[in-house]
Ligand binder design. Structure first.
Ligand code: ATP
Ligand code: MG
Length: 400
């Protein structure tokens, strides 16, 4: 049987008016930028669906690459036939016979083209009873079927599919503007970046590096994490910021129990400035409430006052276990747990204030030439564009 199409389903409920149009356009663009690397198949928009015409490309390859694109709820390989109920019955039976492990099924018909003889109910009945008559040991289960045969009647024909592959949901990357991720080599920040991508953001990343106290391996780790993230959100522009001098200066000038607070404030200022240069509308980090001394409410407040740009914290209410589960599922965990020295831990004392006072931080900062320190770090950053060379690369370069 000739499988010619992939049906792409996306969230229809929450989308209205202009948003919907933008969503569909972005999703189609992202899908096609991936498909261009595979072969000649392309996505087309029809009412409430995107349909990929395969043009000879392998449906399994296409599905395996599309399932990680945000905005897609599910995907099915589909056979296109006429509006004639006999044709539909034959295709449905053939698809069902290929599902050798299935014991139960149901038929779900939907018509966006209403000028056919049978309505959805009648189609469900005619197709379901035909399959029952022509198979052994298979029964209908409308609540929890092993296989759902979907019959979609459209103006130019009927698309029939058996089963679906789940997508990741979310919004197409590019529909929510750009954010600047603070990417360490830890477990949390890559997950925060993934979640920002899931809500449609283009993610760029800033990493603070303190050579010779942090080594090339630590930098490579961050590059590997950015590469993994690029599978979901397209190429990631990474800015590696030299941070050694700033840390040394803080070490010299600031009492040790405020070093962490001031270090974080400097990181924020630098990231905010890079964000402004790159057109990012918010920062994203991996902070989770109460996890460490720098993540108490008092600390978060004393730190975030250093910047005006909104700071998104996708993990703020998550437990470490929840974050680790996501990290494993998106393929960043194994890299994140490799041993390395983080720039923040090197100069910092064993004990930091868990309830720093903003006034104190501001007072201590008067001994630093903040603008010069920030400008120097921003100007000396090393930018690079990281994308994966793995076969499931989603390189949405037109978004950058
Ligand atoms: P992570 O697992 O993401 O490192 P964490 O729980 O270890 O987070 P911290 O190390 O205190 O927490 O860092 C809090 C957040 O600050 C990180 O999630 C990250 O967004 C940012 N951050 C920390 N270190 C760096 C760094 N070297 N470069 C860029 N951002 C950093
Ligand atoms: Mg960390």
């Amino acid at each position: 049987m000739n499988i010619e199409h992939i049906l792409v389903r996306y969230g229809e409920i929450a989308l209205k008016g202009k948003n919907r149009n933008e969503f569909e356009r972005a999703l189609k663009g992202n899908i096609n930028s991936v498909l261009r690397k595979i072969g000649s198949s392309r996505a087309k928009r029809t009412f409430g669906r995107l349909i990929v015409e395969l043009n000879g490309d392998d449906p399994n390859v296409v599905i395996s690459r599309l399932k990680d694109i945000f905005g897609i709820i599910s995907l099915s390989v589909a056979v296109k036939t006429s509006h004639d109920v006999h044709d539909i019955q034959k295709v449905a039976l053939q698809l069902m016979k290929e599902e050798t492990a299935a014991k139960t099924f149901k038929v779900s018909a939907r018509r966006s083209f209403k000028k056919t003889e049978l309505d959805s109910q009648a189609l469900n009945y005619e197709v379901g009873s035909y399959v029952l008559r022509n198979t052994d040991d298979i029964t209908v289960d409308v609540h929890n079927p092993d296989v759902e045969i979907s019959v979609e009647v459209r103006e130019h024909g009927t698309y029939i599919s058996a089963g679906k592959v789940q997508g990741r949901g979310g919004l197409p990357v590019g529909t929510s503007g750009k954010v600047m991720l603070m990417l360490s080599g830890g477990i949390d920040s890559p997950v925060a970046g993934y979640l920002a991508m899931k809500r449609g953001s283009i993610v760029e990343a800033v990493h603070f590096h303190s050579p010779p106290f942090t080594n090339e391996r630590a930098k490579q780790k961050v590059i590997d994490l950015a590469k993994q993230l690029s599978l979901y959100g397209g190429a990631v522009r990474l800015h590696v910021v030299p941070f050694t001098e700033i840390q040394q200066e803080i070490h010299r000038q600031i009492p040790s129990y405020y070093a962490m607070t001031i270090t974080r404030r400097m990181m924020l200022r630098i990231t905010e400035k890079i964000a402004a240069e790159q057109g990012a509308l918010a920062l994203v980090n991996g902070e989770s409430l109460g996890q460490v001394a720098s993540q108490t409410l008092e600390s978060l407040r004393a730190i975030e006052q250093a910047a005006e740009i909104p700071i998104l914290r996708p993990l703020i209410t998550m437990d470490k276990i929840e974050v680790m589960d996501i990290a494993k599922q998106i393929g960043t965990y194994e890299t994140s747990i490799l041993p390395y020295e983080d720039c923040c831990t090197i100069f910092l004392p064993e004990q930091s204030k868990t309830k720093p006072k903003l006034e104190k931080a501001l007072q201590f900062e008067t001994s630093l030439d903040i603008d010069a320190m920030v400008d120097k770090a921003v100007n000396n950053r090393e930018p690079s564009l990281i994308s994966s060379d793995s076969p499931i690369d989603n390189n949405f370069t037109e978004l950058l």
